[in-house]
Design a protein around this ligand. Structure first.
Ligand SMILES: *[C@@H]1O[C@H](CO)[C@@H](O)[C@H](O)[C@H]1NC(C)=O
Length: 149
């Protein structure tokens, strides 16, 4: 009986570790770093390739280690708009890019390709945001059961 109980617990532990799979997908790019520069006259686009049939959810996040160089001036709120999927053109979130923060922009059902536009929320302002994406800093799609914080 004791043995059966222990075996059951081991089986449960193994099951839960399998379901806790998480893929942190970086944007599609010809190379790294990916340089973003969002100004009143210039938006950027970001696109993710997601493994087919990913269970999801797919969470779009922006994460920067403390002290990471993010250049930002003026009215720097950025609107994130879907470029494809069920609602192209829909605003999916707004954020300010800041070192030392992780921001969940939105959560979606996963698709094979997921693309977004980044543009200043106030294009009549004097804001600008620029940063370089490297491993561990920038925009990512968290696929599956990811602990974000
Ligand atoms: C950004 O989103 C806000 C809504 O949160 C909207 O009022 C504003 O017009 C948007 N900016 C642009 C340039 O679409």
């Amino acid at each position: 009986m004791q043995f059966a109980t222990a075996a059951t617990l081991i089986a449960l532990a193994a099951t839960s570790s399998v379901s806790a799979t998480c893929l942190e997908q970086a944007p599609s790019a010809l190379g790294f770093p990916i340089n973003y520069d969002i100004t009143p006259s210039r938006s950027d686009a970001v696109s993710f390739q997601i493994p087919p049939n990913s269970a999801g959810p797919c969470q779009l996040v922006a994460k920067f280690p403390a002290g990471y160089p993010v250049f930002s001036v003026g009215d720097d709120l950025v609107n994130v708009t879907a470029l494809d999927g069920p609602a192209p053109g829909a605003l999916v979130g707004s954020l300010r890019f800041r070192a030392g923060t992780t921001t969940v922009i939105n959560s979606f059902g996963c698709r094979d390709v997921m693309a977004y536009e980044l543009a200043l929320a106030n294009p009549d302002g004097n804001g600008e945001v620029s940063f370089s994406e490297i491993q561990g800093a920038g925009l990512f799609m968290e696929v599956g059961d990811c602990t974000i914080f």
